[in-house]
Design a protein around this ligand. Structure first.
Ligand SMILES: NC(=O)c1ccc[n+]([C@@H]2O[C@H](COP(=O)([O-])OP(=O)(O)OC[C@H]3O[C@@H](n4cnc5c(N)ncnc54)[C@H](O)[C@@H]3O)[C@@H](O)[C@H]2O)c1
Length: 374
């Protein structure tokens, strides 16, 4: 198969769909890899790294799209990229179609087969191609929160770990999933006094069993949440209700109960945010103040560490990318229901029910599409 990887063109996106290591594996499996020049530059990968791995460098995205059987990317294709997609071409990337009717209609019109990273599943009910970005955002949250707490940034002027004779910062993490666990571990590692709140008792039990002593857990009732938030120097919002907007867990009125200069880091901002006063910000201007409380609400946190994020994403996508290249999408999806769950669009048909429901478009069963295409 010819596998193509264009340079990402979405503003502020520095990741790349294929690492040189992924290219090397694909070449070792007998495939041709075509990379747009400088595609990896934002993540610290030079053209020479890809050439060493056996890939071919081309000058333009047009050449990548014209040549490749499969396109591997990071972000959803932008309008100019969608125009270059061809019938029977395979696209493997994040798509997030439900809130994006324009993209959905363009992908349907292209005739291409589109597999979305975010809906590929694993046998534990997880989302293995979303998890690496949650791990990154979770580990980053206390780091950016600590910076927000510094006096010059409008914060309370509290050091995460304290010093001998001075208490550490109190950090409350709301949501103990992938983001929350990684955030809590880093905050605890920095020496902070950390409590994780979750609505799921099985999840709290798991955290208590596996993270014993590193941080405390508490049930996320309204009363517990209000009490802990009022005492906190930093609150990290890390909840997810799959398929729904994030619930608002701290109201504007509650800000007045908090310590002046406390930091709210809303990682769930990509799902609308879990604090009433959250609004999405960018890496260029990440924090703002409401009622004396500092807010950090960057919607694409992994972009801040593009190299780590690229390598983490590449590790997770590589086995799926190789299965698609080695077997072709039909056989790969027939053999692996978790990859089949990633199929969103095929030859002008929508194959993902939640997207169809959100956009009012008829959906064809992905199993049927695979059977008919075989
Ligand atoms: N801003 C970014 O750059 C970025 C990057 C990655 C992930 N995210 C977002 O971070 C959020 C968390 O992702 P995740 O992968 O950790 O999800 P996850 O499913 O692993 O964990 C979510 C947790 O929230 C808990 N929860 C749900 N409702 C709750 C409530 N009302 N109170 C307390 N806990 C509640 C669930 O029980 C679960 O344990 C998502 O919104 C995700 O989209 C943002």
């Amino acid at each position: 198969m010819k596998i193509g990887c264009p340079k990402e063109i979405k503003p502020q996106e520095f990741r790349v769909g294929m690492t040189p290591n992924a290219a090397r594996e694909a070449v070792a499996n007998g495939h041709d890899v075509i990379i747009e020049t400088k595609a990896g530059a934002g993540a610290g990968f030079e053209d020479a790294d890809y050439i060493d791995a056996g890939a071919r460098i081309v000058d333009t995205a047009e050449e990548v799209f014209a040549t490749a059987d499969m396109i591997v990317k990071v972000k959803e294709p932008q309008a100019v990229e969608r125009k270059m997609l061809r019938e029977s071409q395979l696209l493997f990337t994040y798509l997030h179609l439900a809130p994006d009717p324009d993209q959905t209609h363009d992908l349907l019109a292209s005739g291409a087969t589109c597999i979305a990273y975010e809906t590929v599943t694993d046998r534990n009910g997880g989302l293995p191609l979303l998890a690496p970005m949650s791990e990154v955002a979770g580990k980053l949250a206390p780091q950016v929160g600590a910076w927000t707490l510094q006096k010059a940034n409008g914060g309370r002027g509290v050091l995460m770990g304290g010093v001998p004779g001075v208490n550490p910062a109190r950090v409350v993490v709301i949501g103990g999933g992938v983001v929350g666990t990684h955030a809590a571990r880093v905050a605890a590692g920095m020496g902070a006094d950390v409590t994780v709140l979750d609505m799921s008792l099985p999840r709290l039990r798991y955290l208590d069993d596996t993270m014993r002593g590193e941080f405390k857990t508490s049930y996320a009732s309204k009363g517990n949440t209000a009490e802990l938030v009022a005492q906190a120097d930093m609150v990290i919002g890390a909840v997810l209700v799959p398929g729904a907007a994030a619930p608002k867990l701290i109201s504007r009125a509650q800000l007045s109960t908090m310590k002046p200069g406390a930091a709210l880091v809303d990682v769930a901002i990509d799902q609308g945010g879990c604090f009433e006063t959250s609004r999405a910000t960018t890496h260029a201007d990440p924090i703002y103040e409401v009622d004396g409380i500092m807010h950090y609400c960057v919607a694409n946190m992994p972009g801040a560490v593009a190299r780590t994020s690229t390598i983490a994403l590449g590790n997770a996508t590589m086995p799926f990318m190789l299965a698609l290249a080695n077997k072709g999408w039909k056989q790969a999806c027939a053999d692996d229901v978790h990859l089949l769950n990633g199929l969103n669009v095929h030859a002008g048909k929508l194959t993902y029910y939640a997207v169809g429901e959100a956009l009012g478009i008829d959906v064809v069963s992905p199993q049927l599409v695979v059977k008919q295409a075989a």
